[in-house]
Design a protein around this ligand. Structure first.
Ligand SMILES: Cc1cc2nc3c(=O)[nH]c(=O)nc-3n(C[C@H](O)[C@H](O)[C@H](O)COP(=O)(O)O)c2cc1C
Length: 400
């Protein structure tokens, strides 16, 4: 409310100054002088317009990014104030959760239920938000989640190309000192995968590339391409296996046996991330199969209806496997406090999907960086207010 008022005030001021200039010229000019003054007026007005409208001179504002994102993404995404899975329930393909949308809603609800203990009797004034991931220093433990399907999920045909989208995601993350995941959309042909790898190369491999749980041959073929692009690591979103029974020709996805996962891990020196772990048993099996990291995730509630929220299962999984593998978690992460909560529940770092997707669509790289930097400043504040000095040492006691 107050933010909007501030914006309106500024705009009003801008317009009234322009009117002021115009009024002076009208009031003091004679017939001949009018022409000269009109010229001056135009000049002033141009200057004024330049000052008001020149985007490069203006700091990008979150509300403008969200407004543009809404214009471009509607009706696939309404860009609701809180992304809770209600308005878009059942919209897959699209931006929602599958079926009743309950799994998506559960991610939001589970995270919302976690409350923080405020602690201010300490000397934590400076905090460390950085982590190192396979030799790469990140300014905060937040990465962009893989989000594919610019046309069939996001409805961006004619508005934003795959090229522009992945550039915004990966480039925006780098601007904010972190890295992003590139997706492998289920309906995307290999050419789209190649477009994403081009962006990975452009950013000197500072990215993680995801592969759908395709046939073994198709996965290994893509791993070789990822190696050539120089990516930091690769992931398989194993939870996309649900379409095994109705796969399109050339787009086969399948559940994987531990033996198949081992074969994939052994085929490369790249760190292997298994995305889509929701049980202790599969977290342990992933580690046995050679996973360097797991992503505790239900794919944003997009693959199986009625799964619990990630924040609900994460602590049980972390209690068993923390320290044995890197634990990422995702699901409804938007605020710095969401990041801190997931870290307290046992994650080493988090992924943010829909929120950064909106940043990319509404503000390109700058939009993504803006969202991440806002999360970072919220994270810093919440660390001070919970007495947390380092993101690598978040105590579960900060949770109520
Ligand atoms: C439009 C859209 C497309 C997605 N595409 C992929 C994908 O291709 N591969 C993947 O592993 N996850 C994909 N995901 C899931 C995200 O990576 C992430 O797990 C999920 O969205 C949870 O994060 P969020 O709640 O912050 O969006 C997609 C999610 C959305 C919303």
């Amino acid at each position: 409310m107050s933010k909007n008022n501030l914006t309106e005030d500024k705009e009003d001021k801008g317009f009234s100054r322009r009117d002021f200039i115009k009024n002076i010229s009208m009031g003091t000019a004679g017939a001949i002088a009018m022409a000269t003054l009109a010229k001056t007026d135009k000049l002033h007005a141009n200057e004024q317009t330049k000052r008001i409208d020149e985007p490069k001179n203006q700091p990008l504002k979150i509300e403008d990014v969200l407004k543009k994102a809404r214009e471009r993404l509607y009706p696939k995404c309404r860009v609701c104030h809180e992304c809770d899975g209600v308005a878009c329930a059942g919209e897959v393909p699209g931006m929602g959760g599958i079926g009743s949308g309950q799994s998506f809603k559960n991610n939001f609800i589970a995270l919302q239920k976690i409350q923080l203990n405020m602690r201010t009797f300490h000397d934590v004034k400076k905090v460390n938000t950085s982590i190192t991931l396979w030799g790469e220093k990140l300014s905060l433990p937040v990465l962009a989640a893989p989000t594919g399907g610019t046309t069939y999920n996001m409805g961006l045909k004619g508005k934003m190309t795959d090229d522009e989208y992945i550039d915004a995601i990966l480039g925006g993350c780098i601007m904010a000192g972190t890295i992003g995941f590139a997706a492998d959309g289920i309906g995307d042909p290999i050419e789209v995968f190649e477009i994403r790898l081009k962006a990975v190369k452009k950013y000197n491999g500072k990215a993680i590339v995801t592969i759908k749980p395709r046939t073994q041959d198709e996965i290994i073929k893509r791993i070789k391409m990822i190696e050539q692009a120089g990516a930091l690591a690769f992931a398989i979103d194993i939870d996309s296996a649900g379409r095994a029974a109705r796969a399109l020709p050339g787009q086969t996805v399948e559940p994987k046996t531990p033996k198949q996962l081992k074969e994939i891990a052994r085929s490369t020196k790249l760190p292997f991330i298994i995305k889509g772990i929701m049980t202790i048993e599969e977290a342990e099996m992933a580690i046995d199969s050679g996973a360097a990291a797991i992503v505790v995730s239900n794919h944003g509630g997009r693959v199986l209806d009625y799964t619990p929220g990630v924040a609900e299962v994460l602590p049980k999984i972390a209690d068993k496997v923390k320290g044995k593998t890197i634990i990422f978690a995702d699901g409804a992460i938007k605020y710095g406090t969401d990041v801190l909560k997931m870290l307290a529940l046992g994650a080493d770092a988090v992924l943010s999907g829909r929120h950064l997707l909106r940043g990319a669509v509404g503000g390109d790289k700058e939009g993504v960086a803006l969202m991440i930097n806002k999360m970072k400043s919220e994270l810093i504040d919440s660390m001070v207010l919970t007495g947390t000095s380092d993101v690598k040492k978040v105590n579960r006691k900060i949770i109520v």
